[in-house]
Design a binder for this molecule. Structure first.
Ligand code: BGC
Ligand code: CA
Length: 285
């Protein structure tokens, strides 16, 4: 299977795709260009790096911006800071999304991509707490269909970790390695899950998205993406069977850009399986 181009965005670091069910809108960001997109349209140019975002019930978005969580009104572009993180000046927010109870779970990373100076936080609208630290490039997050498992990727480890997830308390327990992504496939980056409990992982440097069974570690499916650095993916569409894939041009050689001219684009592929939804920020029933 191949992903098709939806929008030749030429994003420097396309990331953070999130599907807003209410409005059937795909939001995503270009982190390094400090831009938010709604589908194929630039929605806002902002003042700092947005690593991730999530829809809210009232139509606004919550942004993971540099070292803060910010409410954003798409109609007016008005920003309201909800909470700030105490992170070093060389860190920024990277991947994040809401858990099924509506908490915003967000990871940070050192912008030099070398030091394990990042952490993963959980923000419930009132308080922020650190779930764990010591991560280098905090990336993919996904929940199992019964919400009892949380999967997590710190890219340079090549590991997909599994944790028991207590949804009512928002606590993690029993960290273990579910599987490792072989070097030949690329670096594991953004991740989502489907209703069968399998994981869809964008492989940075691998020009593909892959589907895995986290219980056996088996690679089930590969989808080619005509971009060298797919960064993340999310399910959307009326039947939630369209996988949207973001990608990045940053750091590519002239030769690689020639081989993959669509790098930085937004891609789409129809899947046989339905995906898990994008959870909204704010208490969910
Ligand atoms: C980060 C990039 C990083 C890439 C590959 C992305 O999620 O935003 O800075 O280069 O992952 O590890
Ligand atoms: Ca990512």
């Amino acid at each position: 299977m191949n992903a098709e181009l939806l929008f030749d965005a030429k994003a420097t670091l396309g990331e953070g795709p999130a599907w807003d069910e209410k409005t059937q809108t795909l939001y995503w960001v270009d982190i390094l260009e400090k831009r938010i997109y709604a589908g194929t349209e630039p929605l806002a140019q902002v003042d700092d790096f947005i690593g991730c975002l999530a829809p809210r019930k009232n139509g606004n978005l919550i942004l993971g911006k540099r070292a803060s969580f910010v409410d954003f009104d798409p109609a007016s572009s008005r920003q309201t800071v909800l909470a700030s993180l105490s992170e070093s000046a060389t860190n920024r927010v990277n991947d994040g999304k809401c858990d099924p109870a509506g908490r915003f779970i967000v990871g940070t990373m050192d912008m030099n991509e070398k030091d394990p100076a990042g952490s993963v936080y959980s923000f419930d609208g009132k308080s922020t707490r650190a779930l764990f630290g010591g991560v280098t490039i905090s990336n993919g997050m996904a929940w199992s269909p019964d919400h009892k498992m949380f999967y997590y990727i710190d890219t340079p480890t090549r590991e997909v970790k599994a944790f028991d997830y207590d949804l009512s308390a928002g606590d993690l327990a029993c960290s273990r390695i579910a599987f490792r992504v072989p070097e030949s496939l690329g670096w594991p980056d953004g991740m989502t899950s489907d209703v069968e409990g399998n994981l869809w992982i964008a492989l940075w440097g691998g020009a593909r998205v892959t589907r895995w069974n986290p219980n056996t570690g088996r690679l089930l499916e590969q989808i080619s993406v005509p971009a060298l650095q797919p960064s993340s993916c999310v399910f959307g569409g009326r039947n939630r069977n369209e996988l949207f894939v973001t990608s990045a041009r940053k750091g590519m050689s002239a030769a690689d850009l020639q081989t993959y001219p669509l790098s930085g684009g937004l891609f789409r592929v129809e899947t046989k399986v339905e995906g898990m939804p994008t959870f909204e920020f704010g208490r969910n029933p």
